[in-house]
Design a protein around this ligand. Sequence first.
Ligand SMILES: Nc1ncnc2c1ncn2[C@@H]1O[C@H](COP(=O)(O)OP(=O)(O)OP(=O)(O)O)[C@@H](O)[C@H]1O
Length: 252
Amino acid sequence: MPLLETRNLTKTFGGLKALDDVTVSVDQGELVSLIGPNGAGKSTLINTITGMLEPTSGEITYAGTDLIGLDPFEIAQLGVGRSFQTASIFPELTVRENIQVAAFATEHGSFTVNFLSRRDSYDAVRDRTDHILETIELEDNAGAVAESLPYGDKRRLEVAIGLATDPDLMFMDEPTAGMSPGETEMTVSLIRELLADWNMTIFLVEHDMDVIFDVSDRIFTLNDGAIIAKGTPDEIKSDPAVREAYLGGEAE
Ligand SMILES: Nc1ncnc2c1ncn2[C@@H]1O[C@H](COP(=O)(O)OP(=O)(O)OP(=O)(O)O)[C@@H](O)[C@H]1O
């Protein structure tokens, strides 16, 4: 059974079909990427799966649970996380505090609980925060205020905040956008580490085709709301419909 599955998912905005009969599945431990031109429906698909938008019709299941009608926080609690450019970094908190806030919120589902009295939870959050700091290689900057970080570190802090919510499946929205080649390389190794050592399943939206072809097990291509191709990087590279819609129709 796939970990995540959408069946015939459709989302309309007025007369516009932003998603048109989208059927995709993601297996445990896979890295799948979603590509497509601007306006293809990539954000709409992720927002629909993560509960930010309600689909017009179709089905979504995660680990056998029907996600339709669930609130975003309920979907997050099932193990679906997201690392987004718009992620909620608190600019005046330190790197460590930003991760802890997300981890505490997940431990208790709410900030209103008197979490400091719960010693075990506190220890668990501290250990998790240390593990994340080590993984994203921000240990040396743990005490730095988030807004003072260089761009690439800020983007990796967004991934760290996503990780702090303890997901099994993580959506990553353009994690390398705007990064230098060195920062992109660090992010690619981070993605590989999450797959290998954290047993994560990753759903990536990315415009950098080198990154996509490098890390993906499978790639879904959206165009005008519809999936026009699914396959391995090699299959996608040579798919005529993808070349036409997305890769400019040219041979490599
Ligand atoms: N809330 C909304 N109301 C109306 N139309 C919307 C809404 N959200 C998205 N759309 C439209 O749905 C289509 C798909 O948009 P979406 O943002 O999902 O594309 P995308 O592939 O993520 O694009 P990009 O790569 O530019 O982020 C577009 O035509 C967009 O204008």
